[in-house]
Design a protein. Structure first.
Length: 527
């Protein structure tokens, strides 16, 4: 904690330091107190237990989460501690906001705490060979177990039928116009893609008419998509009025004008919006890492420490305005094999670097119909070129030795995300991190089991952002599809956890998990 306080306070004038330091300590004490008893696995019972048990659990959970301030936004928690969320100190404490795409006004304390835990434990890894090695390893294991992988085979539609007693069940999927019939479908393409794009609207509406929980998610997603098309509203802290976003005396600055030309007023969030989108520039260089001083680390560059103001300025200013955050990292330096003395000849060819810039879908929306419009195509190409130049300038200013050594560039926009990841608004992280999404009730509703018998969800949307969230969701999904098979993998899961924590904690967790399995087997929800 001492280290974090020192880092955050380094630019505070001496006269104000004692007061700001006390506020930072109050905020961090709250955070660190909660982190000892909270991890995202705390949501597991809400997602895995039968809904009637989970609904009862909401009451004690809500009390506990209120006591630990986990349900409130980071901005509101900071203000309560006497810290101005728009100040430089607050901006430094939230240095990693762009990893998740939500600023202090949107980010719940539960997510902030989880992120602090990750950095505190230095649990950041890079898979040698890049992200694709994970996909290849999973694919090989799947095929070795008898599975068949169909690549470039987008699911166009889910085949859903309704029985005479009114129950919905999955019959299969439609791929390239052909029906593949199967009694079990697990979709990890995201909650929004599954419910809004793979399901026929008439099926989704029929399910929503019978199941109010599904209707809540379905309507929330539709509202979220609409809000992303124009301007992204800022959620107020939980429990406060929408217009109560105050600024501390002495720190107020004129708020940027919103995209609609009015003073931007935070709106209440009722929707499940999609996360922010990025532009990517991949750069290949002609020398090894040491020629450019690349090291294995991440770096974010911001126009100012007021992240919310930066986001709003970019929203109002359009594509050409300053990005609210630019990320620079060198995959080759993290891999560690691209060096002049590297053992592997393939890795002696040259270093590479990635630049990621946060942008807003509303700036890209009009390029969706690019194919049929030559003028739009030219405009899009020109924008890509100018973005590439801007990001290269950022690279040269941060790593001057790279200038004159760029051999290859590849610029991607949010439209590329839609093409390659099947996203809707170029969202990088699925559903946006928001107080609405991480409320107790929504965590209970975002579960693997759906109202359609045989249709299950997996992936980060039903858990939390990132690979960790995606992996955790796979355990949830196995549990929901087959609690019995979960029994066989439980010992492995706990043996894996034991070295990191105490045996007592692992045994207690094992007992709770076993109880959950037994309760689920007894309940009628799992079939
Ligand atoms: C550039 C980038 C960098 C990232 N860096 C990190 C990082 O450093 N650390 C970290 O923890 N996380 C990182 N993430 C986030 C991480 O990749 C995701 O959280 C994680 O991959 C989510 O896994 P998932 O299985 O839920 O979804 P995804 O990995 O997105 O998988 C969903 C799959 O569904 C497919 N799909 C979509 N629609 C259809 C359809 N109609 N039919 C069939 N298939 C479909 C998509 O093609 C995709 O393969 C990064 C993400 C991006 C985009």
């Amino acid at each position: 904690m001492q280290h974090m306080v020192e880092q955050a306070l380094c630019s505070v004038p001496a006269g104000e330091r004692a007061q700001v330091s006390a506020a930072v300590r109050r905020f961090l004490r709250k955070t660190f107190r909660a982190r000892t008893c909270f991890g995202f696995s705390a949501f597991a019972p809400l997602k895995l237990m039968h809904k009637w048990i989970a609904r009862w659990l909401l009451v004690p959970y809500d009390l506990l989460f209120r006591a630990l301030h986990l349900n409130e936004s980071v901005a509101s928690s900071m203000r309560e501690s006497g810290l101005d969320p728009t100040s430089d100190v607050a901006g430094k404490l939230l240095y990693f906001w762009a990893d998740l795409g939500s600023t202090a006004a949107d980010m719940p304390m539960s997510t902030f705490i989880n992120q602090i835990k990750r950095f505190e434990n230095f649990r950041l890894y890079y898979p040698r060979g890049g992200g694709e090695v994970m996909g290849r390893a999973l694919g090989s294991a799947f095929e070795a177990a008898g599975g068949k992988l169909l690549l470039k085979s987008r699911v166009e539609r889910l085949l859903i039928s309704r029985s005479l007693n009114g129950d919905f069940s999955i019959d299969g999927v439609v791929v390239k116009g052909k029906s593949i019939l199967c009694p079990l479908v697990i979709s990890s393409s995201g909650v929004s893609t599954t419910f809004l794009r793979m399901m026929r609207p008439e099926d989704a509406q029929a399910i929503a008419a019978c199941d109010s929980d599904f209707a809540e998610i379905y309507d929330g997603l539709r509202e979220g998509i609409e809000s992303g098309k124009s301007a992204r509203p800022v959620s107020p802290p939980m429990g406060s009025s929408p217009t109560s976003e105050p600024t501390s005396p002495g720190t107020a600055r004129p708020k940027p004008i919103s995209a609609r030309g009015k003073q931007s007023v935070p709106q209440p969030v009722r929707q499940l919006s999609l996360s922010r989108t990025w532009c990517f520039l991949f750069v290949g260089l002609d020398g090894p890492d040491e020629d450019y001083d690349f090291i294995a680390k991440h770096e974010w560059i911001f126009p100012s420490w007021d992240h919310q103001a930066n986001v709003e300025a970019h929203l109002a200013g359009g594509i050409d305005s300053e990005f609210p955050a630019v990320f620079i990292t060198s995959p080759s330096a993290k891999d560690g094999r691209c060096s002049a003395n590297g053992a592997h000849p393939a890795w002696q060819r040259g270093a590479c670097v990635m630049l990621l810039a946060i942008t807003e879908w509303s700036h890209w929306q009009r390029f969706v119909s690019l194919k049929d419009d030559d003028t739009l195509k030219h405009e899009y190409a020109a924008i890509k070129k100018s973005l590439e130049k801007r990001l290269l300038r950022t690279l040269y200013s941060r790593f001057p030795l790279t200038e004159g050594h760029v051999k290859y560039t590849s610029m991607s926009t949010p439209l590329a995300m839609n093409t390659y990841l099947g996203t809707t608004q170029g969202e990088v992280n699925g559903l946006a991190v928001s107080c609405k999404r991480f409320s107790m009730r929504m965590q209970m509703l975002l579960r693997p089991k759906t109202p359609v018998k045989g249709l299950y969800l997996s992936g980060h949307d039903i858990s939390h952002q990132g690979l960790h969230g995606a992996l955790m969701s796979s355990i949830y999904t196995i549990f929901a599809c087959s609690p019995r098979s979960m029994l066989s993998i439980l010992p492995m899961v706990f043996l894996d956890w034991m070295p990191g924590g105490s045996a007592l904690v692992a045994l207690a967790a094992l007992a709770i998990a076993l109880l959950a399995v037994v309760l689920s087997l007894l309940s009628s929800e799992h079939s």
